[in-house]
Design a protein around this ligand. Structure first.
Ligand SMILES: C[S@@+](CC[C@H](N)C(=O)[O-])C[C@H]1O[C@@H](n2cnc3c(N)ncnc32)[C@H](O)[C@@H]1O
Length: 252
């Protein structure tokens, strides 16, 4: 599978596999990590901290030194591995949280669409009091668990569920890295974030590298630019045409 095929598939995919234990919404890191799946993830990813905006965070990712980077896409046995990529939106957001710990210190933080978990990990490193990493992919939950261990962090809870269907909890800060890659998802997120802001006055930070589904969305009228980062060369190469990534505050 060529890396770009994986990325392309990941970006376009919206169908989700159900795992037998997928109904269990709360999962503490380290718990119930299936040994076979753990071995599969360890064998088919590489631990890396280079090539991103946050070299202080180690992650298990799909890299050119992994077998499936080069294999045919249809040989990959799981759903598309969003969690095996550190997306440019998440990189900017994580960099921002690491450089501005006051934004998260002592606060409750929800990372929606956490993927590899880097932004939740950055929030933890910067002193967040309570963290929830959320994704709809159970394998992302396992990857986040492994990535927490890699960074010697005490575990934080992981919610494997479409949080947009749930009643809203109160969070001080909601972060979303590279979540605006699909128009329908962008519409649902906007509605959810608006409710969250109106009900709880929650602060919302969005990391995005200028994807058309974000730049052309009506959410643009409700954003304030917080920081912009030049992407490292390896990230540019993996994300054809993208050169910067921006952190936005959502202000409806
Ligand atoms: C492009 S990746 C971004 C991952 C990570 N935030 C980053 O920047 O590296 C998008 C992630 O959102 C997850 N996702 C998609 N729809 C979701 C939903 N409704 N609720 C939670 N997660 C979702 C996907 O499984 C995927 O892991």
């Amino acid at each position: 599978m060529n890396h770009y095929v994986v990325l392309w598939k990941a970006v376009r995919s919206s169908g989700f596999l159900l795992f037998p234990w997928g109904h269990c919404p709360w999962r503490g890191t380290g718990s119930l990590l299936d040994p076979k799946m753990k071995a599969f993830l360890e064998e088919n990813t590489e631990v890396t901290s280079s090539g991103s905006l946050t070299p202080e965070i180690q992650l298990r990712l799909l890299t050119p030194r992994c077998k499936f980077w080069w294999e045919r896409a249809d040989l990959w046995p799981l759903r598309d591995p969003y969690w095996a990529i550190y997306w440019p939106g998440g990189q900017a957001l994580s960099r921002y949280l690491l450089d501005n710990p006051d934004v998260v210190r002592g606060k409750s933080v929800l990372d929606i669409g956490s993927g590899c978990g880097a932004t939740a990990i950055a929030a933890k490193m910067s002193g967040a009091f309570r963290i929830l990493a959320n994704d709809i992919d159970p394998i992302a939950g396992m990857a986040i668990t492994l990535n927490c261990e890699l960074n010697q962090l005490n575990p934080f809870p992981i919610l494997i569920k479409n949080i947009l269907d749930l009643e809203q909890d109160k969070w001080d800060l909601v972060v979303l890295g590279d979540m605006f890659y699909d128009e329908d998802l962008a519409d649902s997120l906007l509605q959810w974030l608006k409710n969250c802001f109106e009900t709880h006055r929650t602060q919302v930070l969005i990391g995005d590298p200028g994807r058309p589904q974000f730049s052309g969305h009506s959410i643009q009228h409700q954003l304030h630019k917080v920081a912009e980062y030049s992407l490292p060369e390896p990230t540019r190469q993996d994300n054809n045409g993208l050169t910067t990534s921006t952190v936005w505050q959502f202000q409806p």
